[in-house]
Design a protein around this ligand. Structure first.
Ligand SMILES: Cc1cc2nc3c(=O)[nH]c(=O)nc-3n(C[C@H](O)[C@H](O)[C@H](O)COP(=O)(O)OP(=O)(O)OC[C@H]3O[C@@H](n4cnc5c(N)ncnc54)[C@H](O)[C@@H]3O)c2cc1C
Length: 413
């Protein structure tokens, strides 16, 4: 096994998984992990859930205990940012002017929250949620705010709305598209989610853009594009992310049109010695309507699976990432679990009743299960991952019939 140096830029889910997997697979060389946040690497999913609703303490969200990094001989350089890359010299420059030589570089720098460049965006109380510091800033405001305006009806916005509603805060969600979760959900499921939020007291405004944030030093209202004012004492924006790849793309690494680094299913970038994984990459997926199209999947599963594939590449093993995508979300008392990619699906089949808040919506593409969205049905979700992975062909009527045993559609292993 080569004892050459691995530098990992980005100290979070994908970076830590890559380091751990590299060690498990026998990589024996020095590992240096650079992260621009001051904290030990932590999990992001609880930030918009337990950390905001007060049920999860910050010391519970570490990805690994502090001893892990010593035991695995992973040198952590925290509070330092990679700012430049010289692929010919195999060197990464950090923001303090120092440089790290590498034999292998893994880029796992994730993504940052997109901000709304609108009048008033610099007012106190206009915040976004991506990092632990963001979550602590929002949590620190909660004792004194009564009305919060959440901009963005995607997963981050809706989880934030749920967590704050649970704390007795009145929340208005503003979404530019005509429905919630427009990128992931069909209109029927969007309506279901909107109804759930509405019944829990969230004021949902779809089809409205934001024109400005109003206030003198602190935000007092959000002005919508129809002139309507949403009075509030805090704004949380959740309007998507931008991959943290500018520094790497400046060195010639190719990106997609959103800036995600292009990698193959083994985590290779086209540049020798440079691997990448996680929220900052677009990787070909067999689960898209056009198999092999690169997609950027913002999920823990994609970060972990991509990191494992990159670690395998590093040690000379061939273990491409062909994992079925899955994702979860918690909103009010719903546990949402999603698998597959519903793009270009042509038939939606409900198994169970939305009125009971326990059902799975299966998306079929050409008669095969392409994606499934489950509400409060964890066992069925696990099974549906297998159905998606196998691309099981099934008749819509059978799928909807709860007395039909779905397991029987899977070939015995
Ligand atoms: C609030 C929230 C809730 C979420 N909930 C879920 C969920 O329920 N389920 C799910 O599957 N996914 C969820 N996600 C998504 C999931 O957290 C991400 O997909 C995952 O964190 C991606 O991991 P990553 O390591 O690729 O990137 P990141 O977690 O973004 O980590 C990248 C790290 O690199 C650092 N960095 C950036 N640039 C540099 C640089 N130049 N030099 C050094 N360091 C740098 C960043 O600051 C960051 O610490 C959630 C995300 C958020 C923000």
């Amino acid at each position: 096994m080569s004892a050459r140096t691995l530098v990992i830029a980005g100290a979070s889910c994908a970076g830590v998984q890559l380091a751990a997997s590299a060690r498990e697979m026998g990589f024996d060389g020095p590992i240096v992990m650079v992260g621009d946040e001051p904290h030990l690497p932590y999990q992001r999913p609880p930030l918009s859930k337990g950390v905001l609703n007060g049920r999860t303490a910050v010391d519970q969200i570490g990805l690994r205990g502090p001893a892990f990094y010593d035991e695995q001989r992973i040198e952590l350089l925290l509070g330092r940012r990679a700012v430049a890359l010289d692929v010919a010299a195999r060197r990464v420059t950090l923001d303090d002017g120092s440089a790290l030589a590498y034999d292998h570089l893994a880029i796992t720098t994730g993504a940052r929250a997109r901000v709304l460049a609108l009048p008033g965006a610099a007012l106190d109380g206009v915040l976004s949620l991506r990092s632990l510091d963001d979550a602590l800033r929002i949590a620190g405001e909660l004792g004194r705010v009564r009305r919060v305006c959440v901009i963005g009806g995607g997963f981050i916005g809706l989880e934030t709305a749920s967590a704050l509603t649970a704390r007795g805060i009145h929340v208005t969600v503003v979404e530019t598209q005509t429905r919630l979760l427009p990128r992931s959900f069909t209109p029927r499921l969007s309506k279901y989610i909107a109804d759930v939020h509405w019944h829990r007291g969230v004021n949902v405004l779809c089809g409205r853009g934001v024109r400005a944030f109003l206030g003198t030093s602190r935000v007092e209202a959000v002005e919508l594009d129809d002139g309507h004012r949403v009075e509030c004492d805090l704004v949380v924006t959740g309007i998507g992310v931008i991959p943290n790849t500018e520094w790497a793309r400046a060195a010639g690494l190719p990106g997609d049109r959103d800036g995600a680094l292009l990698v193959d299913t083994r985590g290779h970038t086209p540049v020798p010695g440079v691997l990448a994984a996680g929220d900052c990459v677009a990787m070909p997926s067999p689960f898209t309507a056009r198999p092999g199209r690169p997609v950027r999947l913002e999920s823990i599963q994609a970060a972990n699976d991509g990191a494992r594939a990159a670690a395998a590449t590093l040690v000379g093993r061939d273990a491409p990432c062909v994992a079925v995508p899955w994702f979860w979300s918690e909103q009010h008392d719903l546990k949402l679990q999603m698998t597959g990619l519903g793009e270009a699906s042509d038939t939606l089949v409900l198994r169970g009743r939305p009125d009971d808040h326990r059902f799975t919506a299966f998306h079929l593409r050409d008669g095969r299960v392409a994606a499934a969205h489950s509400v409060n049905r964890p066992a069925e979700h696990l099974l549906s991952r297998k159905l998606v992975a196998a691309g099981v062909a099934i008749d819509a009527e059978r799928l909807a019939d709860e007395s039909f045993d779905l397991k029987s559609t899977l070939a015995p292993v």
